[in-house]
Design a protein around this ligand. Structure first.
Ligand SMILES: [Zn+2]
Length: 368
């Protein structure tokens, strides 16, 4: 490669004319253990550039991300900038800490890089350098293939590690603290264990999760996240294999966990059965024809349908999560429906009302 026509000399060694303009490129890998920090990478690249007598004209450092093999090649804005610099002839070469910094998952990263150098008419054997010196075009090809393989293996290895941890019953640590346990699951939280037992007793005695949540919210029982108790939250706690001492992996129980259980297996099975989502029955048509038309005379909230185990139907103003009422009114549906039916039939028997109803836009009738 012809030496750069630039004449600006290195301040420290005025006799030496830089042999090329380099861009430094650094990217952090989170999945790779012992990966050098960005600062270390950049510093090492600067030293390598000095050794190779290159003038550093750009330092491109990708913002840290948590990407592994699965999203390789994405989200590398600085790599795009690098390609532009090469194509526009503003840099002669790139210096990276290691070849895998440039490749991310292998081939796909290298092809555009090699193309860009070719487009700009650069010598491919003096296009890429690492802290070990120049990388030949041949080596680039080999390394990119190896990088790809290694990256994929790392990903496979991590999956294998997760599966093994699960089989051995190691707790899944990280994320939200599981209710009833310390963050690392080594200890029970006494009050929370009591709550779980209390709720389990109530559910197995026929109480609804909804009413337990309502009660707990009224009593200010804290959740892990400081939000209010919701049916979904408590249900998933009560039915989780975790509190029965079972470890799951990808949604299936794979063995016993290395932590103390809160409820025994029989109770776990009973809770799962009690709280299993009910199969929705085929719709039989409207069982509460008046729902949506009734409001509470005390608070103005909507009256909601309430069905008893024995089939008794009523309308009630309900208080609680998402209900928005006052709990102040409850009325048997049968009696109310008969009353409304008689009222309407009576109105229809009146010729004046009937005539008014036959007219278009006779909406004043709602005042009944
Ligand atoms: Zn009300």
């Amino acid at each position: 490669m012809p030496a750069s026509t630039r004449t600006r000399s290195d301040r420290r060694s005025p006799a030496v004319v830089p042999r090329g303009r380099a861009a430094l490129y650094a990217r952090q890998s989170i999945t790779r253990e012992g990966s050098a920090s960005l600062d270390v990478q950049v510093e090492a690249c600067r030293e390598a550039a000095a050794r190779l007598n290159l003038e550093v004209v750009a330092e491109l450092v990708e913002a840290p991300s948590t990407s592994g093999y699965s999203n390789r090649g994405r989200n590398r804005p600085k790599f795009g900038e690098l390609l532009d610099l090469i194509r526009r002839g503003e840099v002669d070469c790139v210096v990276a800490y290691k070849t895998d910094r440039l490749s991310r998952g292998g081939g796909p990263g290298w092809a555009p890089l090699v193309d860009a150098f070719e487009e700009a008419g650069r010598d491919p054997d003096r296009a890429v350098a690492t802290t070990d010196g120049w990388v030949s075009e041949f080596e680039i090809g080999i390394r990119s293939a190896m990088d790809r393989e290694e990256s994929k293996k790392t990903s496979d290895r991590m999956l294998a590690v997760r599966a093994r941890e699960a089989k051995e019953g190691m707790p899944r640590i990280g994320g939200r603290r599981p209710y009833g346990y310390s963050q690392d699951m080594s200890e029970h939280i006494a009050e929370e264990v009591e709550r779980i037992e209390e709720a389990a007793d109530l559910v197995l005695a026929g109480e609804s999760v909804w009413s337990i949540c309502t009660d707990w919210n009224e009593r200010g029982v804290p959740t892990v996240t400081d939000s209010a108790w919701a049916v979904q939250t408590l249900t998933s706690i009560l039915t989780s294999p975790r509190i029965a001492g079972f470890r799951t992996h990808q949604g299936k129980v794979v063995g016993e966990g290395q932590w103390k259980r809160i409820i025994d297996e029989d109770r776990h099975d009973a809770l799962v059965a009690a709280l299993a989502p009910r199969r929705s029955k085929p719709r039989k048509g409207r069982t509460y024809p008046l729902v949506g038309f009734l409001v509470c005379g005390k608070c103005g909230g909507p009256l909601r349908s309430l069905t008893r185990e024995n089939g008794g139907r009523s309308h009630a103003c309900r208080k609680g999560p998402g209900m928005g009422g006052c709990d102040g009114i409850r009325i048997q549906a049968d009696g109310l429906e008969n009353y409304v039916r008689d009222l309407i039939c009576g109105m229809l028997a009146d010729p004046v009302t009937r005539a008014a109803m036959a007219e278009p836009r006779s909406t004043d009738l709602v005042g009944v």
